[in-house]
Design a binder for this molecule. Structure first.
Ligand code: ACO
Length: 321
């Protein structure tokens, strides 16, 4: 038994913030941001619009594309680091919107790799026969934990949501998933807000993102390179077998490094970072949805999904669509 992705969906909030808008807010420039990151614009959730609001749009689109009904969903795995509430978790809040009461629903907080972690867990449940119609979501409102006075991070992060539906299949499907974490890097990328830990200013308890960008960059490239090798080796496949790289959309230069590693021209890499910046757990399912909906990714093709984020946590999934 395998699990197979049978529908994808994505959603970006309406409000667009371009690099030129940021030029008016801080000491930065469109040229610097584009050259260093590839980002041209990002979407920001409206006041009162939450992570689960974005997720619901993406989930309904994935459910429609899969040709199932919301009440058919029997498992929800939700990757996010910007939950609506401490509890109930975002998976449960989304379940309430969709009306698929009773099924397991939970969220996974592994930052940018949240969707890959959620996908790996859902895959195991489907393969074991314990879920027949699993919804996997990655959604974030990172604008709420962005330090808008810090130009080195404020230009990078933004909001969005992506989702897929998994169903059982006798054919693969998801060939394999690989998850990792290394907490010795916890101080290179983190959000300083907390619940059980004292924060300096209780009024700002949710904190803001802090990052040593150039260190994160170097480790991300090396680590993702190894993750790509691991996924291919586990399946006895050569890199030439990969039709599409669907990477975490953090920075065009990290994406280009991964494409070079796989000997893939950039035309065989789904790139959406220019449109929405780094949306953490939402970025991989949004990129997947973009490639599927515009017809570049075709049924039967082999996709390599990968992500890396705060923790550090990272992972990959080799997927036959
Ligand atoms: N506008 C203009 N100048 C800026 C800005 C800005 N927004 N931000 C920083 N600078 C300046 C710095 O102050 C510095 O100036 P100085 O030389 O006078 O001191 C100069 O630009 C270079 O700064 P660096 O941090 O060395 O720039 P770098 O080339 O490393 O680019 C960046 C920074 C884009 C953050 C890069 O390191 C990066 O992308 N890192 C990966 C981080 C990432 O993507 N993290 C997301 C989570 S992990 C993941 O998803 C992979």
């Amino acid at each position: 038994m395998y699990s197979r992705i049978v529908g994808t969906g994505a959603y970006l909030p309406e409000k667009v913030l371009t690099n030129f808008d940021l030029e008016k807010m801080m000491d930065t420039s469109d040229a610097w941001i584009r050259e260093r990151t590839g980002i041209e614009r990002r979407h920001i959730a409206a006041e009162g619009e939450t992570t689960v609001d974005l997720a619901e749009h993406a989930a309904r689109r994935a459910i429609d594309a899969a040709g199932v009904r919301p009440e058919d969903i029997d498992f929800i795995a939700f990757g996010t680091t910007t939950p609506d509430l401490i509890f109930p978790n975002c998976g449960v809040l989304l379940q309430q919107r969709l009306g698929c009461f009773g099924c397991p629903a939970f969220s996974v907080e592994t930052a940018c790799s949240g969707f890959i972690y959620a996908l790996a867990i859902a895959d195991k449940f489907v393969r074991a026969g314990d879920a027949k119609c699993a919804l996997v979501v990655g959604a974030e409102t990172l604008s709420r934990i962005t330090d808008w006075s810090d130009r080195s991070t404020a230009v990078l992060f933004a909001d969005g949501a992506g989702a897929v539906v998994l169903r059982p299949s006798s054919e693969p499907g998801i060939l394999s998933t690989h998850l990792h974490a290394d907490g010795s890097y916890k101080d290179l990328l983190y959000c300083n807000g907390g619940v059980s830990r004292n924060v300096v200013d209780p009024a700002r308890a949710r904190g803001t993102i802090a990052m040593v960008g150039n260190e994160v960059f170097k480790i991300a490239v090396t680590t993702l390179g190894k993750a790509v090798d691991e996924a291919l080796a586990a399946n006895g496949l050569d890199k030439s077998a990969v039709d599409w790289l669907v990477p975490h959309q953090a920075n065009i230069r990290i994406i280009q490094a991964m494409a070079r590693k796989l000997d893939l021209p950039l035309e065989r890499v789904i790139v959406t970072v220019n449109e929405h910046g780094n949306t953490s757990a939402a970025s991989v399912p949004m990129a997947l949805d973009a490639g599927v909906r515009d017809g570049r990714i075709k049924p039967g093709q082999l996709l390599l999904l990968e992500a890396f984020g705060g923790g550090f946590t990272w992972g990959s999934a080799l997927v036959r669509l």
